[in-house]
Write a new protein. Structure first.
Length: 247
């Protein structure tokens, strides 16, 4: 199943998950707050590439940023335009690999929860940098594949896929990720003239899948308690946020 079809299918769930008392809800909120803190206050022009339902853009628009966004999913764009009707004409359907903007348009480009799904990471990073102004910043995220929670998902979801095939269920399995690593992303950034200036671990989870689905509230409370500066970040943080600056 393609990422576009996946996020069309699950757009409403993904939007509502931000408010849920679950590990997924905690992870989404923690990553969003990390990005907001790293972006800071405007003014300036900002792009969210892979904006989803527009929750990040809504928060940043209130901090004096002129916001634009793209997403592959029509359903996600519908959610974002309802959330930001005054910016609807700048919320567009487009892939990260072919951004519909001129060179050097934005002071900040954000790409969270998207680079692990693109078909061509090299092309995607090149596009993100192309639309960035000199001395502009890119803030991106990748899954922390060393975390206990992410490792448990990597074991759990193949079993789910196999069960779906065996039971012929109608709901398709999620798409596989492309395997882009933080080291590979940093090399792509350097190749495109950016220097990484910060790596921050966030979205902690201590309960592995599928136990987090069974005891979701308890797992979410445990994750929230661990969020700030825990020494076991390499094992418990499910997301890595990377900030880089264009030379």
């Amino acid at each position: 199943m393609t990422p576009e079809a996946l996020f069309d299918r699950d757009a409403s769930w993904y939007d509502a998950a931000h408010d849920s008392h679950s590990v997924d809800g905690h992870a989404l909120r923690a990553r969003l707050e990390t990005v907001i803190r790293r972006v800071g206050s405007g003014p300036g022009d900002l792009l969210d590439a892979g904006m989803g339902p527009g929750r990040l853009l809504e928060r940043l628009a209130s901090r004096d940023w002129t916001v634009s966004g793209v997403d592959l999913s029509e359903r996600m764009i519908e959610h974002a335009r309802r959330r930001l009707p005054q910016h609807a004409n700048r919320l567009l359907q487009a892939p990260v690999e072919a951004l519909p903007f001129a060179d050097s348009t934005f002071d900040i480009v954000v790409a969270t929860g998207v680079l692990e799904y693109v078909s061509d990471p090299t092309l995607a990073v090149g596009e993100l940098v192309r639309v960035l102004r000199p001395a502009g910043r890119l803030i991106a995220s990748l899954p922390n594949r060393r975390s206990i929670h992410v490792l448990s998902k990597r074991a759990y979801y193949p079993l789910v896929r196999a069960a779906k095939r065996a039971l012929a269920t109608e709901r398709p399995a999620p798409p596989r990720q492309n395997g882009l690593t933080p080291d590979a992303l940093e090399r792509l950034l350097r190749h495109n003239g950016l220097d990484a200036i910060a790596f921050e671990r966030t979205s902690f989870a201590i309960v592995p899948t599928p136990l987090d689905l069974i005891a979701s509230r308890t797992a979410a409370r445990a994750a929230d308690a661990l969020e700030r500066g825990h020494r076991f970040g390499r094992l418990l943080a499910t997301q890595l946020v990377i900030e880089a600056r264009r030379r």
